[in-house]
Design a protein around this ligand. Structure first.
Ligand code: SF4
Length: 719
């Protein structure tokens, strides 16, 4: 039943923009269409920039994830939906996160936002809370937008085709795409949002996920089951670039690079991101047993080649949006579920992606059917595969270390390579669970405090002492669980995780491959410099609605001859062609970086306003910098002895292994502190990671409110 409806006149996309925002207030069931001002467009561009601006304007320092005024923002960007170029189905979902308590966002691909844009909107903002579960239906074909009762199902993806059939009316199934969040989003703090679209080749719905930061949790907290878009993209490009021929030429150039290089490099079009499993295992980066070890001989059972040859159905190309021939969205068409409420059913599994597979190896499990099981259930429940897996891995290690007991876990013994317990926890968490599993669903930062309280009273230690022990291996920073790369041997990626404004997600700075695998930034200065350039250029992809993989995962053959091959500048030049042919501008790379820096700075300002964002929030656990325990050190003892001799200058022959480990830990901690100082200065921040007034002015943040935010942060740090 429709609870509110408006008729609307669609605005056509011109030069990548509609300049309109769809605003939904769920408390009052109000639907409004607003203009996006030229100032906002110039300053924040789209995508993450628009989400940041909407969340900044709509919230205040006291806003929490469940506050009615918290804005759940969705935005594509000027290139979202351009089918003449690869990687253009991406959009961003941003809000004040239940995990980090400040702005967090997640990007995801698929047809949802291209359809929303075609229906006339550059962004959607949702505020308020509904008294019952509802959906928002944007119907471009009938020219209406309405709010109606949610479908009578808690299933996020199992029933997807049936829902598409109901919603599509006379249209083809591909005219429907939607975002939604399942029951796990309701019951945990790391709920993800599924981006669901119909794939005519596979004749079924596909689902991609905006995984990080609990965006699904916020959606369900608002009483929003999902948003449905109905529009018709069959008439070709809807993006209306100024110079279509120039754009098509650039798009062809990029597609040629992908076609030529991917089969010789990562084979993403055949293996998806499972291609990373071998690379990470070979280079001691694949997380095993809560990031303790970086490699395991059982990896041969789950390699990308096995996925390519036996698991992924290869009949069709798998782009998550039209025009992407990197086509990494692989899928297994038949997996019979082994556990849980759907046990015995045969389902199609989208993925697993590398992050999902590595979340399973991090639990000591190297088994493809179990990886498929984990991927499908996390998507169905709408729970972030990373936070879920890393959270359980932390509990296993805490149990093994004696900080957690059977009494705490309700009789559940936690150990490595124990799929039975992992799936029991997963299903219970999703369903809301008993006391223990409900708590687990609140994330590692919460669990640290809970364990410290119980362990301290049981063992007579102080709470702070227990917390200090847990902090060594609790893989979270800023409240967000680490994504799936071991960073002990990559100072660049340590900074990439620690300084990332939303928490340790590789989205902002994926430097591990460039630093550790390819050794393309061997000096301290190169790593520090990379931590300025790469986060900004990667932010640019998020503000314009583009996928980064065609740029960072496939190198242009001409890049090798450039000054800094890691930046892949010949491909960047193709992106500049996309920009200028769409917008009718002559922007340079420096212009793009400045645009990114503005959004980056607004994110920093939100973090500071919410009471975070200073140096202490960039600290990372020791496990991210060095081995914590002797068995971890012994696993690579020869390597560490060589490192301490050659890099630190120690005479290791006269030292005990315990003394060597202590020296290594101390050295790594010092290096990280020096890195903080160097990168903050280069970014125009003070030593507490607070932007200087000059930095605000340089980027056009002239309003008194911004100066007040940094002033208050400085006072807070000064005590
Ligand atoms: S590279 Fe993969 S994730 Fe990126 S747009 Fe293409 S299919 Fe989607």
């Amino acid at each position: 039943m429709a609870l509110a409806t408006i008729d609307y006149q669609k605005t056509k996309v011109v030069k990548g923009y509609t300049d309109r925002l769809l605003h939904i207030d769920l408390t009052d069931k109000k639907i409004e269409i607003k203009e996006i001002s030229p100032e906002t467009k110039d300053m924040f561009i789209g995508g993450r920039g628009y989400c940041l601006k909407l969340v900044y304007d709509g919230s205040e320092a006291s806003t929490r994830y469940d506050s009615p005024e918290n804005v759940l923002a969705f935005a594509g960007g000027p290139f979202c939906g351009e089918n003449g170029f690869a990687g253009t189905g991406k959009f961003i979902i941003g809000s004040i996160s239940p995990l980090t308590k400040t702005f967090c966002d997640s990007n995801v691909g698929g047809y949802f936002f291209p359809l929303v844009k075609n229906a006339g909107f550059d962004a959607i903002s949702v505020t308020g809370k509904s008294d019952k579960d509802v959906i928002v239906f944007i119907d471009d074909i009938n020219g209406t937008i309405h709010i109606e009762d949610a479908p009578d199902t808690e299933s996020a993806i199992y029933d997807a085709e049936k829902l598409v059939d109901v919603w599509r009316g006379e249209s083809k199934p591909s005219a429907i795409a939607f975002v939604n969040a399942g029951i796990g989003s309701k019951n945990t703090f790391f709920g993800c949002i599924n981006s669901v679209y119909y794939d005519p080749r596979r004749k079924r719905c596909r689902a991609k996920q905006a995984g990080r930061g609990g965006m699904g949790t916020i959606m369900r907290e608002k009483g929003l089951w999902g948003i449905v878009a109905r529009s018709d993209l069959s008439k070709g490009s809807s993006n209306q670039p100024v110079d279509k021929a120039r754009l098509r030429e650039a798009g062809k150039g990029l597609r040629n690079v992908l076609r030529e290089r991917d089969p010789k490099e990562m084979r993403l079009a055949k293996q998806g991101t499972t291609a990373l499993l071998d690379i990470m295992n070979t280079n001691n980066i694949l997380p095993v047993n809560n990031y303790k070890f970086g490699s395991d001989e059982r990896e041969k059972n789950i390699s990308g080649k096995i996925f390519e040859d036996s698991i992924f159905e290869q009949k069709h190309p798998d782009g998550c949006f039209a025009g992407c021939n990197l086509a990494c969205t692989k899928a297994c068409e038949n997996h019979q579920l082994l556990t849980g409420p759907f046990k015995g059913k045969t389902v199609a599994v989208d993925g697993p992606e590398y992050e999902t597979a590595a979340a399973v190896t991090n639990l000591g499990i190297f088994d493809i059917p179990l990886m498929l099981e984990y991927a499908w259930y996390c998507d169905e429940y709408a729970m972030d595969t990373i936070s879920t897996g890393v959270g359980i891995a932390f509990l296993v290690e805490a149990f093994q270390q004696g900080h957690l007991t059977l009494e705490d876990t309700g009789g559940m013994e936690l150990k490595w390579n124990d799929a039975g317990t992992v799936f029991e926890l997963l299903h219970k968490m999703a369903a809301g669970g008993d006391g223990f599993t409900r708590k687990v669903g609140r994330g590692i930062r919460y669990m640290k405090g809970w364990i410290a309280d119980r362990s301290a009273s049981r063992n007579g230690h102080s709470r702070d002492e227990v917390l200090k022990d847990l902090d060594l291996f609790a893989m979270e920073t800023k409240g967000l669980e680490f994504s799936m790369y071991i960073t002990k041997e990559s100072l660049a990626q340590q900074g990439g995780y620690g300084f990332a404004l939303k928490g340790p997600q590789h989205d902002e700075a994926w430097l591990i491959a460039l630093d550790q695998v390819k050794n393309e930034m061997p000096t301290f200065e190169q790593k520090a410099s990379a931590l300025c350039w790469f986060p900004l250029f990667r932010t640019w992809f998020n503000i314009v609605g583009l996928c980064k993989l065609p740029w960072i995962d496939v190198r242009h053959p001409d890049a090798a001859a450039t000054e800094d091959p890691a930046k892949n500048i010949p491909t960047v030049d193709l992106y500049l062609e996309l920009v200028n042919s769409t917008l009718g501008t002559e922007k340079t790379l420096d212009d793009l970086l400045t645009e990114s820096e503005r959004s980056y700075l607004l994110h920093k300002l939100i973090n500071l306003r919410q009471g975070f964002g200073t140096r202490e929030y960039d600290k990372i656990p020791l496990r991210a910098m060095a081995p914590v325990f002797m068995d971890e050190f012994n696993d690579r003892k020869d390597y560490y002895k060589k490192y301490l001799t050659e890099t630190v200058g120690l005479d290791v022959t006269s030292m005990s292994d315990e003394a060597l480990l202590k020296s290594l830990q101390g050295y790594r901690r010092d290096q990280y502190e020096i890195l903080m100082d160097t990168v903050y200065a280069a970014k125009g921040y003070d030593s507490n990671s607070i932007p200087t007034d000059e930095t605000l002015k340089r980027l056009g943040f002239e309003g008194e409110e911004y100066f007040q935010i940094v002033k208050t942060a400085r006072q807070r740090v000064a005590g």
